[in-house]
Design a protein around this ligand. Sequence first.
Ligand SMILES: [Zn+2]
Length: 73
Amino acid sequence: MNDYDDLLDRLRSAYQCCKDCGTKYGVYSVGCSSSRIGKCDVCDAETYVTETRDYAYLITGICRVEAARKSAR
Ligand SMILES: [Zn+2]
């Protein structure tokens, strides 16, 4: 398993993520945020997390990583 596959798995299965990962891999949609202390499913940080739903399910990051994986082969 390479880094891209690992990251894709994390992004796809993530239920909650921290603000850093949300901003990096998703698009923040204002209004439905419910942040709480927890573990980020993407980077494993213990911090304020929110549901990936608030970041459009990290779909932009998933697309970007898939594209990067393709060009890396
Ligand atoms: Zn994170």
